[in-house]
Design a protein around this ligand. Sequence first.
Ligand code: FAD
Length: 556
Amino acid sequence: MTTHRLTAPAPGWTATTDVVVVGSGVAGLTVALNVRKAGLRAMVVTKAMLDDGSTRWAQGGIAAALGEGDTPGQHLDDTLVAGAGLCDEEAVRTLVTEGPDAVRRLIAVGAAFDRGTDGEILLTREGGHHRRRIAHAGGDATGAEISRALVDAVRADQDIELIEHALVLDLLTDAEGHAAGLTLHVMGEGARDGVGAVRARAVVLATGGMGQVFSATTNPAVSTGDGVALALRAGAAVTDLEFVQFHPTVLWLGPEAEGQQPLVSEAVRGEGAHLVDANGVRFMLGQHELAELAPRDIVAKAITRRMLEQGAEHMYLDGRHFGAEMWEQRFPTILASCRSHGIDPVTEPIPVAPAAHYASGGVRTDPHGRTSVPGLYACGEVACTGVHGANRLASNSLLEGLVFAERIAADLAGRHLAGDLPERTVDVEAARAAHAVPLPPSEARAEIQRLMSRGAGVLRSAASMAGAAAGLGLIAEQTYAHLAEDKPADPRVETWEAANLLLVSTALVAAAAQRAETRGCHWREDFPERDDAAWRRHLITTLAAAGGPVSTPEEQ
Ligand SMILES: Cc1cc2nc3c(=O)[nH]c(=O)nc-3n(C[C@H](O)[C@H](O)[C@H](O)COP(=O)(O)OP(=O)(O)OC[C@H]3O[C@@H](n4cnc5c(N)ncnc54)[C@H](O)[C@@H]3O)c2cc1C
């Protein structure tokens, strides 16, 4: 098999550990903490600071059947409905049955959830949930609290090595094709500066999402799809890339706004805020039995449809009836964020529009987080465990990160005990033989984002995606032309990220163009119906020898 790698200088330094974890969100840090319990050395390498991923930004909460009368079975039912026929039911069952105890273990690590006067955890509702089952912290600062607790815990463990400002480039494999470490670039000083290599017995990808593929997203700047791109170059299968969830209610900051945009959590609708158009009409009534609390894809589509009908750039979320006290106590982060942009939700409706929020697809894994490359694991948003299907149910992602991170650690611990996790010898020759991918200029990032938002956003058609594919193809052509003219872009963070965005975008468009139906969060204007006969199956994407992504429908 031909593998590919990003153009980069040869590693100038090497470090060794047992398990190297890429990423420091809920998924990565949970793997590291649990791997340590099994007596394995862990190293966490992360692109920016420890708390710079999506986890810290999560507002609404974490879903688990913790409330009286609620059961994993009901949580399963709601998850399957949101997933629109493409969830892996066994994966969902694992999520919902192991979820409540995983949350209790998170509390034991130190995460403090909001509690009532009786000491019980307070639970709220979000879209698609028929029960109050979302535990939250700090009102609407759940992710910040989870991140704080996990970061404190890993910092307290002297045997977890943490390397910040370390951008992982590519996987290293041994002669048997087993993951044996990775290459990375550290923006540090001293012995570990510049491009280096980490040798390990196993590699865990926990690199989060890919929202930065689009112009407007709730995701932070680090969410550039690096893990999916790395996995593709390493020969792993990825799946469900076309299912990008667009969050319906993102604060609208004007037509030119780009990059990470502030989210107005679903929990605001959960507590009774209404979606209205410029005339004050509640347009979700009659569209779905749950009205504003319908699953996200339904709300995002309804908002987009109304925007198109009325030629409007946004709709409004009206929570004025909450009053100042409730806004201040229940949603302090959102209140502050809106006010910092000149909008006061206590006295005026909030302008909102959909923006890219969550990647339901990713690197394909089995129930133990194993990818199709031996020794390479994936969990959290970068992974596709099968729990989200065609659309993630609100607040299932933090839970998925927790549950499947624990399962990866358990798998590694079991292998270690069984003597099945030996030290690996990195096959440098194989790494050298890999095809080096030339790098686009850093300015390509903004162009890729524009092409993707225009052609593969909330509304898609064959024509819109052909436009996006042509634009992406042109960037790739120009990149190779610069190589031929001996004017290649420098290997550095911006150009490595641009190369990852280009690969992930190209793969996403290829899959979305192939799926000729509307399902979950994939909305085709030219194929408005769900087509179970042809499309109740996954598209599996791999990289062809020539370097382009190929999507193949899974056998039914
Ligand atoms: C605004 C917002 C609100 C949300 N609200 C909720 C919610 O209420 N409930 C819920 O369940 N989910 C929510 N989500 C989704 C949820 O936060 C994420 O899916 C989840 O936190 C992902 O966790 P993770 O550990 O997989 O990745 P992240 O937390 O994104 O962490 C990824 C890590 O990988 C690192 N990384 C990336 N690429 C590289 C590389 N090449 N080399 C080294 N390191 C790399 C990053 O720096 C980061 O440390 C929200 C997301 C956003 C953006």
